[in-house]
Design a protein around this ligand. Structure first.
Ligand SMILES: Nc1nc2c(c(=O)[nH]1)N[C@H]1C(S)=C(S)[C@@H](COP(=O)(O)O)O[C@H]1N2
Ligand SMILES: [Mo]
Length: 427
């Protein structure tokens, strides 16, 4: 009778699917995918105007990590719709690949001795940050998108710092492992060529590799071929893609996004029937505060304070812009036709002919998005509006009646609804 092997012994792990080639292919997919996630994630952070007066910023200690921040442009108007749609949709699509990759290398987690050398010890330490960081980033990202801001306010620093820690470990890992992965890929190609040459030939043995620990010395009978395993992972990814991507589109396509949040919030019918993030009721907006008698817009600037009723706003020059709403959660709407007063005209009313930054505050008393700061380039854009109407009718309460901000290319979170007060000046 044989002793039961321990996880640290190669005989414990018996799947014939495991092997350096399986791992290498998944690793190369993640190399491309995670790089895109990192870049689009950093862009998303920049788009959020995090260095404006600690208003938008939830990571005031970002320090050096904020080195790359720049003024997010207002062109093309669908820019954030694209970058954040890719960030969230790709992140969700890669989940099966990530899980398969982790599964494929799990014997290494248990391999003994824990460290053969100082270099090997360092590599294993970096793997801790790599695996921990990957799980942390995927879990916080998915929770934020699916569970309505489980960590209000703190998601940004968690996901942002986590991304840097993870990416540092990721780069280390790529530098150490890419040569081997490429070697495995070449071996795979060579094997295919051989097979194509002599049909029916058996599977060529795994190239002797440093990662030999992945190949079971005592494989169990296969329940799925390696090609079948790739099919499962790819099929899982495609399924997630197909049930997620619809949230970036309107109409029947959005219905396919069964995994998307906010599906339950029926936007109703008519001109205001497009995706709603937080409803007026959720935000605690009371009708008596938005009524014609009660509501006034307060503008503060160099030349003092100006108050305008909605009727007075409607008497000022009205402009229209076709702009989408694109949320950090990855969903977006197609262009809606917004009408209202240009932000730069409001700035001029209180003495700023050269549009400066602006702090926008809403009627909302509590909650994460009740105020947001916009940058001078966003205020100055002729398409940036304090919108009073959308698609030809007054804003609905849920889309921000009596007035809301809409800025081209900006993340949805900067498009403050139920605006009460705007303070112009450098922030
Ligand atoms: N006052 C206020 N404005 C807000 C929000 C909010 O919760 N409160 N949510 C923001 C977010 S996160 C998004 S994506 C957009 C969504 O706008 P919509 O509901 O009209 O589609 O509004 C933004 N404006
Ligand atoms: Mo959002």
């Amino acid at each position: 009778m044989r002793d039961q092997p321990l996880p640290s012994s190669p005989g414990f792990w018996r799947s014939p699917v495991r092997g350096p080639r399986f791992t290498a292919v998944l690793g190369l997919v993640l190399l491309g995918g995670i790089t895109v996630l990192f870049v689009t994630g950093l862009l998303s952070y920049a788009a959020y105007n995090p260095d404006l007066a600690a208003v938008n910023d939830k990571t005031p200690d970002k320090g050096l990590l904020g080195f790359y921040l720049f003024s997010w442009p207002t062109d093309p108007p669908w820019l954030y719709r694209l970058t954040q749609g890719v960030h969230v949709t790709l992140g969700i699509t890669l989940i099966p690949v990530l899980l398969a990759k982790l599964w494929s290398v799990v014997p290494k987690l248990f391999a003994l001795p824990p460290a053969r050398s100082v270099a090997h010890a360092l590599e294993r330490l970096s793997l801790l940050l790599l695996v921990g960081g990957a799980l942390f980033e995927f879990v916080t990202g998915v929770l934020n998108v699916q569970l309505d801001y489980l960590f209000p306010g703190s998601f940004y620093p968690l996901h942002f710092y986590g991304a840097w820690v993870f990416f540092a470990a990721f780069v280390t890992h790529v530098v150490l492992r890419l040569p081997e992965a490429m070697r495995q890929l070449r071996a795979l190609r060579a094997q295919r060529a051989v097979r194509a040459g002599r049909a029916g030939g058996g599977e060529a043995p795994e190239a002797p590799a440093e990662e030999g620990v992945l190949v079971s010395p005592d494989p169990a009978a296969p329940t799925v071929s390696r090609r079948g395993a790739f099919g499962l992972v790819g099929g899982g990814s495609l399924l997630l893609l197909a049930t997620t991507v619809g949230r970036s589109f309107d109409g029947p396509l959005r219905e396919t996004a069964v995994l998307a949040p906010h599906g339950g919030k029926d936007p109703g019918s008519g001109p205001g029937a497009f995706q709603i993030n937080k409803t007026a009721a959720y935000a605690g907006i009371r009708e008596r505060d938005t009524s014609a008698e009660a509501w006034q817009l307060v503008l503060v600037g160099r030349r003092g304070t100006v108050r305008l009723s909605r009727t007075q706003l409607l008497r000022r020059p009205q402009h229209g812009s076709a702009l989408p709403i694109a949320c950090v959660e990855g969903w977006s709407t197609s262009d809606q036709w917004w009408q209202g007063v240009r932000l730069r005209d409001l700035a001029a009313l209180v003495g700023h002919d050269d549009p400066p930054d602006v702090l926008v505050e809403s009627l909302q008393q509590r909650g994460a998005f009740r105020r947001a700061a916009l940058r001078a380039n966003q205020v100055g854009d002729a398409r940036s509006l304090l919108a009073l109407a959308v698609n030809g009718v007054d804003l609905t309460p849920d889309h921000g009646y009596p007035a809301r901000i809409i800025v081209p290319a900006a993340p949805g979170v900067l498009n403050t609804k139920w605006v009460a007060r705007m303070t112009f000046g450098d922030l």
